[in-house]
Design a protein around this ligand. Structure first.
Ligand code: UT7
Length: 361
């Protein structure tokens, strides 16, 4: 049968790091609160554009799959923080890679990468396409208001990528089942207001957009949304939680993951958690987590993975993925970002100073 198999993976984390202690020097917060309420120790702050991170992750994924960019049929970039709206980020990535294929961006917030996996799987299983690059890439630090401690401590920058390839397999393999959903009743609970063509371009409020959210409401709905779609994809795959080797959930808050896992009666050790190093990188959390899980030997040959995400919209998505035989890259790429001369605190210093001059109502 025709399967859509992950054959390559790669990530890119910008070098500058912002620790919880760094944050406590610019706002009323502390390491203990952030660790215990979110599980986050640090996040990365990018000195380059979203596309620059996406390109590095993509080059690693292509090398890992042993493919050339010219082998690709489509590039999907999941991002809510594009460096340019027109052209889309995918076009910039495509130009740098030297691919000749379709290229588009997906904005489904933190669920964007899994939306990409679903759409790409449909293309592959219909026989339309053979090799698709899916990248989750975010520069969320651009949207952060550093005077709002409840949201500023949560997010980070980064990118992760996979190659999804058509493979003839005897048994179902690769992306076995997937689901995508959106609950628009919650769209006010998580948003970047005042950005886009809604923007008042010529008055004092111009440029005063920032990420706003109702943390408790999103927390509750995240558990419900991911739980529901996880059950759906497992039922479609004919699997119980006992059949799942590893759960790779969206990394928004370690307490969300722990509650979700407990409700699904999955043993805690089956959950992959790396939020401590990166914070919430939105569409990039799952592909970065897949890379880390393979590198750490948590994904073994033919492992059955359950992955699920939740984000603004309020979007949700989930998939059951049967990993292939191979857990090591075919080739390695030496792609990397240009060096950064600044610390994380230095990179956000100008935004912090400007935002302090403009107190929010
Ligand atoms: O991927 C989707 C996007 N992710 C999300 O939307 C995240 C979902 N929500 C969450 O992760 C959690 O709701 C938060 C981490 C945002 C907040 O955790 P919480 O346990 O729900 O805290 P809370 O909002 O109930 O606040 C508890 C206290 C408050 O003080 P009082 O009113 O009890 O005196 C807050 O003002 O903690 C205070 N607080 C902080 N204290 C130190 C809020 N943020 C901070 C902070 N440092 N950074």
């Amino acid at each position: 049968m025709l399967s859509a198999q992950i054959t390559g993976w790669g990530k890119c984390l910008p070098p500058a790091v912002l620790s919880n202690d760094d944050l406590s020097t610019i706002m009323d917060t502390n390491d203990e609160w952030i660790r215990s309420r979110t599980g986050i120790n640090q996040r990365h702050i990018s000195h380059v554009s979203t596309s620059a991170m996406a390109i590095v992750a993509a080059k690693h994924a292509l090398a890992s799959a042993g493919l050339e960019a010219t082998d690709l049929d489509m590039i999907l970039i999941a991002t809510a923080s594009p460096d340019t709206l027109l052209p889309n980020v995918a076009a910039t990535v495509q130009a740098e890679l030297g691919a000749s294929c379709a290229a588009l961006d997906i904005n489904a917030a933190c669920s964007g990468f899994l939306y990409g996996v679903g759409l790409a799987t449909a293309q592959i299983k219909s026989g339309q396409m053979q090799r698709i690059l899916i990248v989750g890439a975010e520069r969320l630090s651009f949207y952060i208001n550093w005077t709002l401690r409840e949201s500023a401590v949560l997010f980070g920058d980064g990118a992760g990528a996979v190659i999804l390839e058509a493979k003839e397999t005897e048994q179902a393999s690769g992306v076995i089942s997937y689901a995508m959903h959106n609950d628009p009743s919650g769209r006010e609970h998580l948003k970047v207001g005042g950005f886009g063509t809604d923007m008042t371009r010529y008055d004092d409020e111009a440029n005063n957009f920032y990420l706003q959210f109702n943390g408790r409401e999103v927390f509750k709905r995240a558990i419900g949304g991911m739980g529901k779609l996880s059950k759906k994809v497992m039922a479609e795959a004919g699997l119980s939680t006992d059949d799942v080797d590893l759960v790779v959930p969206h990394q928004a808050n370690v307490r969300i993951i722990e509650t979700l896992i407990a409700k699904m009666a999955v043993p805690a050790e089956k959950a992959f958690i790396n939020i401590e190093n990166y914070g919430n990188t939105s569409a990039a959390t799952i592909p970065i987590a897949l890379c880390d899980a393979v590198e750490q030997g948590r994904i073994t040959p033919n492992a059955t993975l359950l992955t699920c995400a939740f984000g603004a919209g309020l979007t949700s998505a989930a998939a059951v993925i049967k990993w292939g035989e191979r857990t090591s890259p075919i080739n390695h790429s030496d792609a990397s970002l240009p060096p950064c001369q600044h610390t994380g605190l230095e990179l956000i210093a100008r935004a912090v100073a400007e935002q302090k001059k403009r107190p929010l109502e």
